[in-house]
Design a protein around this ligand. Structure first.
Ligand code: CA
Length: 365
C-alpha cells in the first residue's frame, strides 16, 4: 500500500512538472543511505566450530553485500548476556539479533522446541522443506510474535550423535537414575524413561561431566564434540541421535529493529540467514567423518543404542509432544502441521532417500 501511494504521488508530481523536468533538481533517493550497526548475541562459546562461526560468517556476508552500510557485531555467550538469556535480550532490544536454538526457550513456550528438533522426527532435508515450503516458518513466527521476536532458520547440524557415556547402555535399566545433559523434548523423554535430564549451556558441559555433576552428555556430533574435548572424559560414543535427528539453529531478530531496516538490507539479512542455514549443514557433512576418525584414533568406542532403549524413547514421544501442545490453539496447529508434513514426506522418502541409502548399503555388502 505504501509503495502504491508513493507511485501515485510520484506520478502526479511527474505529470505536473513534465515541462520543467530539464531544469528540475535531481529527485531525492527513495531511502537515505543510513548505516545500521547491530549487536548479535549468541548461545555459543567464541569461535566454536560451525555453531559459533556461523553467525560470524552471517555478519561478514551482510557487511559485504551492503558495502559496509549494515554491520553486525557478534558476541559469544557471556560476553553481553549469558547463553540462556539470548531470547530475552533480543525481545527487549538489548541486542537487535541473536543466534541460538529454539529448544532453549521451552520454559516460555513449550512448543518452541518443535522448531529446533523433534525426537524421531524429521531429518535436516525434511525440516527445511517443512519450514520453507510447508508452513513451518509462518507458525514459528506466529509463536514468537508476542515477544516481538522474528525467527529465521540459520543453521542445521544434520543428524546428531546420541551422546557420551562412561558406562555401557545395554537396556532401559541402564538409564535409571543416569544424569545426562540433554535438552528439549529429548530431555523430557529421557526423564520419563527413568533418567535425570539436565539443561546446561555448552560452556558448562565439560566441567560438569568431569566433576560428576552429570554422568553423560550429548552435544552435536564428531566435528563439534571433538572441539569440546569430550573424548578426554568419556570414551563411549553412542548413536543414533534419536533426540535430534536434525537440529535447526535460529537467527532471531527484534521485530522493531527488523521493521526499521530498508527493504534492500532486509533482503540481504534474509538471504544471509538462508545461506547460513545450508552452509552449516554442508560444513558438518564435510567435517564430521574426519572428526570421527580422529576420535576413534584417540580411543573412543562407537556404540549403537540397543533397539529396546530406542523403542522405549519412541513410545514416550507422542505423549510428551501432545502434553506440551495442551489445549492451546496455536500449539495444536504447530503439532498438527509438523505431523502431517512428516507423514507425507516419509511416504516419498521411503522410496527415494531411504530406499537409495538402503540400496547403496546392500550392494556394498
Ligand atoms: Ca544436541
Amino acid at each position: 500500500m505504501k509503495n502504491l501511494f508513493a507511485w501515485l504521488a510520484l506520478g502526479t508530481l511527474l505529470a505536473g512538472c513534465a515541462q520543467e523536468l530539464d531544469e528540475a533538481e535531481p529527485a531525492p533517493s527513495a531511502e537515505p543511505q543510513r548505516a545500521f550497526e547491530w549487536k548479535l548475541v549468541t548461545a555459543w562459546p567464541k569461535n566454536l566450530p560451525a555453531l559459533g562461526t556461523a553467525p560470524e560468517r552471517l555478519a561478514q556476508s551482510v557487511q559485504a553485500m551492503s558495502g559496509g552500510r549494515f554491520t553486525i557485531k557478534v558476541y559469544a555467550a557471556g560476553e553481553l548476556v549469558p547463553a540462556f538469556e539470548v531470547f530475552d535480550a533480543v525481545s527487549q532490544g538489548t541486542a537487535e539479533m541473536g543466534h541460538s536454538a529454539a529448544y532453549y526457550w521451552r520454559g516460555k513456550m513449550p512448543m518452541a522446541a518443535m522448531f529446533a528438533t523433534v525426537p524421531f522426527g524429521m531429518n535436516a532435508q525434511e525440516t527445511n522443506g517443512w519450514l520453507h515450503y510447508g508452513g513451518g516458518l509462518e507458525l514459528w513466527r506466529e509463536l514468537y510474535a508476542r515477544f516481538g521476536v522474528v525467527p529465521f532458520a540459520a543453521g542445521n547440524s544434520g543428524t546428531q550423535m546420541a551422546g557420551w557415556f562412561n558406562k555401557e547402555i545395554n537396556s532401559v535399566e541402564d538409564i535409571q537414575g543416569l544424569k545426562m545433559r540433554i535438552p528439549g523434548f529429548g530431555g523430557e523423554i529421557f526423564q520419563r524413561a527413568g533418567g535425570v535430564a539436565v539443561s546446561l549451556p555448552g560452556s558448562e558441559m565439560f566441567t560438569s561431566l568431569q566433576t560428576g555433576v552429570i554422568d553423560a552428555t550429548e552435544w552435536v556430533g564428531p566435528y563439534n564434540d571433538l572441539a569440546f574435548g569430550l573424548q578426554d572424559i568419556a570414551k563411549l560414543y553412542y548413536y543414533p541421535g534419536w533426540h535430534e535427528p536434525s537440529a535447526t539453529l535460529e537467527a532471531i531478530v527484534n521485530a522493531e529493529a527488523l521493521a526499521a531496516l530498508p527493504a534492500d538490507l532486509r533482503a540481504m539479512l534474509e538471504t544471509a540467514c538462508r545461506a547460513s542455514n545450508q552452509d552449516m549443514l554442508d560444513e558438518f557433512t564435510a567435517r564430521n567423518a574426519a572428526a570421527l576418525r580422529t576420535l576413534i584414533e584417540q580411543g573412543v568406542q562407537v556404540r549403537q543404542l540397543p533397539s529396546d532403549v530406542l523403542r522405549r524413547f519412541s513410545e514416550l514421544t507422542m505423549d510428551v509432544l501432545r502434553e506440551a501442545a495442551g489445549e492451546d490453539d496455536l500449539n495444536r496447529r504447530i503439532l498438527d502441521s509438523y505431523q502431517t508434513f512428516l507423514a507425507e514426506v516419509r511416504g516419498y522418502h521411503a522410496i527415494s532417500e531411504q530406499a537409495y541409502v538402503n540400496a547403496r548399503a546392500a550392494v556394498d555388502g
